[in-house]
Design a protein around this ligand. Structure first.
Ligand code: E4P
Length: 217
């Protein structure tokens, strides 16, 4: 499983990208609104940092509008992936983009059937929203497993992005159940890297080393 960072905050992207583990970025209208910056300017800055898929979401609700927006967004870089909502109009737009070899990420996926429809329309990626399903008492992780199984049984090449990730257990489980990517918020990346035994272990190693005389490397 590969890592995407789920944010429109350029500083967060820059920091985590330096770890060398980030394959791409996902944004959505809420994340962009949170930053209060121009969308296109933000995307251009992200494009300069990350050489990998960068999902940019359309806000039109009809296929024609989605196509117009998506074509403009795709012209910014070969790395732009058009994020399209899981609706009938969205599927029409996905079909169009697939013919034009423009990659798509179908978002707001909450059932295996939605994922299957998106894949058949030609989506490059589907984004099942784990956290939001858990929030309403459903099993988000089971959805990842179901989609992975269905795509595998039917030889579908569409890749699964585990989205709406809320904590490190989501990341481990998404990897175990066959998600190709997890898109992870900055805060969860920080949780992934940390362990108290790593901190205390390193502290002890350094203290022991400092307690004796040693030639430096
Ligand atoms: C990613 O593609 C989604 O936009 C994002 O993961 C949604 O996460 P949320 O449910 O925490 O808003």
């Amino acid at each position: 499983m590969r890592f995407l960072i789920d944010t429109a905050n350029v500083e967060e992207i820059r920091e985590i990208h330096e770890w060398g583990v980030v394959s791409g970025v996902t944004t959505n209208p809420s994340l962009v609104a949170k930053e209060g910056r121009d969308f296109i300017e933000t995307l251009k800055e992200i494009i300069d940092i990350v050489d990998g898929p960068i999902s940019a979401e359309v806000i039109s609700t009809d296929a024609k509008g989605m196509i117009e927006e998506g074509e403009k967004l795709a012209s910014l870089s070969k790395n732009i992936v058009i994020k399209v909502p899981m609706t009938a109009e969205g599927l029409k737009a996905v079909k169009h983009f697939a013919k034009r070899k423009i990659r798509t990420n179908v978002t707001l996926v909450f059932t295996a059937n939605q994922a299957l429809l998106a894949a058949r329309a030609g989506a490059t990626y589907v984004s099942p929203f784990l956290g939001r399903l858990d929030d309403i008492g459903h099993d988000g992780m089971q959805l990842i497993e179901d989609i992975a199984e269905i795509f595998s049984v039917h030889g579908l090449e569409t890749e699964i992005i585990a989205a709406s990730v809320r904590h490190p257990v989501h990341v481990t489980e998404a990897a175990r159940r066959g998600a190709h990517f997890a898109t992870i918020p900055y805060k969860v990346f920080k949780q992934l890297i940390a362990h108290p035994l790593t901190d205390s272990g390193l502290e002890k190693f350094l203290a022991d080393w400092a307690s004796m005389k040693q030639t430096s490397v």
